[in-house]
Design a protein. Sequence first.
Lengths: 274, 658
Amino acid sequence: MLGTVFDIKEFALHDGEGIRTTVFMKGCPLRCAWCHNPEGLSKEPELYLKQNGCTACGLCKRGCAHEDCKPFGRCLHICPGDLVSVSGKVWSAGELAEKLLSDSGILNSSGGGITVSGGEPLMQHAFVTELLSLLRGKVHRTLETSGFASEEVFRSVAAECDFIIMDIKLADDDEHKKYTGQSNALIFKNASWLKSSKISHLFRTPLIPGITDTEENLTAISSIVGEDKLELLPYNTLAPAKYESVGRTFPSYINQTCAKLPDLKLFKNARIRK
Amino acid sequence: MNNTLYNFYIKDRSYRDTYRKDFSKNLAEEFKAEGLSDDERLIRRFEILTALEEPHIHDFEKIVMLRTTKNIPDCFTEDEWEERRKKHYIHESGYASNLCPNYAKVIEKGLLFFRKDADEYGKRAIDAIISLCDKYLAEAKRQQRLDLVEIFEQIPRYEARNFREALQFFRIIHFSLWLEGDYHNTVGRFDQYMYPYFKRDMDSGIYTFDSALELLEDFFISFNKDSDLYFGVQQGDNGQSMVLGGLNEDGNDSFNLLSELCLIASEELKLIDPKINLRVSKKTPLSVFEKCTKLTRAGLGFPQYSNDDVVIPALIKYGYAKEDAINYVVAACWEFIIPGVGNDIANIGAVNFPAVIDRAIRDSLSKAKSFDDVLEKAEEYIKEECKKTGEDIHDVLVAPSHLMDILRDGKKYNNFGIHGSGIASAADALAAVKKYVFIEKSVTRDELIAALDSNFENSPELLHRLRFEAPKMGQANSEVDSLAGFIMKTFADSLEEKRNCLGGIYRAGTGTAMYYLWHASNLGATADGRRAGEPFGTNFSPSLFAKIPGPVSVIESFTANDMTRNMNGGPLTLEFAFSIFNDEESIGKVARLIEYFVKRGGHQLQLNAVNLDTMREAQKSPELYRNLVVRIWGWSAYFVELDKQFQDHVMRRQEYTV
């Protein structure tokens, strides 16, 4: 089974307990206005142009004979600053598992493991299921998901996980559609199943100024999450940084300056990530 | 923290102008005219300088003594130096350096104990120190500082009776060593030799945790009172290295409450001196690594870790007695030396690995039948280079250091240390040649040489491949790592049989010191995709442009080989963005990483918490960033006091920041 991965991050600090390596699966069915990994949206490999340091020397546009450059219209093997690359590498589940397990010593001894994130990892659920099954018993496995998938897919992948981190972004369905492009109905179904399951989990809410951080939304999320653990993620002001690199535009209506931290009293069991 | 004290010595600093006088007499000419011996010159200078010192005591400080003579005059004229250099090998400035006296013994016995058996010069040195201290005694009496009167009536003549006297005693000795003209005066195992005094006073309730910390901070500040006068290659390169923790003779970890207080004092004060080093091992509890990581977060580049599990057996293998190996400390930067008995010159030379490997590639490539022929040439050249390294070192002459000699029981070890610069660039170059020229055959030999000769002028694609696509050290790639192992092994083999002119051995090292710039500046483009003149990485670290997957891979690469025969010292450096130290959880994860390095048998490690944006701002507006500290190679410095080339190197290292 093949899957497309846009990054493998060693020593990922915020994707679960202990020292972890996080695999970022490419492709996402949501279009969250505040997304900070725009290179994870499309499921196809795509050109990624780092902006900082480009001298417009033109070398990458000169034309080349490399097979792997053809789909992208730029030479990937010439930039003096290594600013021209492709986001999205195709892996077989077996090779990827082998690579990840090469660090299993420290991952295990530190109480860490592997986290599969995205994009939305459930979009490549067959690959992810195979990958997780290959890691079973060898290293702790965490899934980071938006929960946007059919109940069947969600439950079958969840069965291969030791821990699940799941986003709850917006409680109101219209708002959810407006800011993510999709209804939250499936997400809530999966969340409610997860709550009743025996799988250890953590809910997460990104605090987006004026969108998700309103008292109304957070109160509603609090009632959904109940006594389960919730982590609130302060807005990532670096979110717009990568948009230009993949030829996208960050929505201008997100006001980065008015980020505020919510009152934890709204929740039963929440913490704010530093 | 005692703010008044901090403001006076650290922020305001005007005492440096008001208290200090220039020494303008030409002593060397006088000495020459009188035809004085080396011994007489050194002791006479010490007597003159101690006599000139004026006591200054402030009501806000407990640990006293600061320098009032700005410069230490030379003992020899330029002509004489020229003569000396003709007949002898003169290491660096020609005065004693990078040594560690037996502080424990002098603090425990008092100077008069040493005076009994000292020679004429030793006696004069002791008398000079006592006269200097008597000036402090008189000044204390004048100011009615009864606490200091009591202290100076006891020390340095007699033994220290309590923690405060022990600290003041250290200050007197350390201050005097600098005044003797010795430099890179290290601190040794401070938390061990001070612990009995500390513990007794703590047990008897003289100090609380807080009051002991305040006294310790007072003491730490004393390292910074005169340190602007201790200039090395750059400001900050002064060797005031303090070693904490470590395995004791009973095999237990010795980290104690005083060690912990030292970490806290350093974190609170955020000063570049003393330089904090930690001796660790498999027995070091995770909680100690966590405490240390909090200090790392302060951004000073402290602590630097040395792994006892690797270092002690390696030193024993080099021929150090077990009781001495167990007591090892670091010299100015990271070189392993022995307090009280060592006379090693741990930084006498350096091999430029990328240059040697580059020559081997160029000279073997046209005729090589296989990659093994390249390796054979590399081996030949490393051996040749090591052979040459000792050739110009004969009749080493170091100016006498009477005080340092009293405080050492002979000169038991006389080994020389040789740094090895640019290991990653060298191994990466070999790996690239192996892969592209011999295995894939995608680059012809002529093409490679032509590209190197032209500094990749017309070969942007080859440059990209060598620089960014080729395997690199730091990627946990066993091909490259084993080539690094080959270089290090050949280096150790080549030095193993050699004896130096003092009868000691040569120790192969993994440090670079300033050679990461000096060796690199005259070297043309190399097969690892390094352009002409581009610097190497610092010490035992990845090249500056290597694409690194993360710190786990870096640790795996740099612990892949057995380094026990390359144990002169030189750490792997890991650079972390300052922001990752935000929360306790992440600090715990960094601590786990250090533990992993130690368990994998890494020998030395140093971590930095850096903020590239701050450094950029500091280059633009230095006046606003006077307190920004960065790690250079074996010491830390105030960023704005560095030459730009060193500033730039620190900034470029951040390309592989996590």
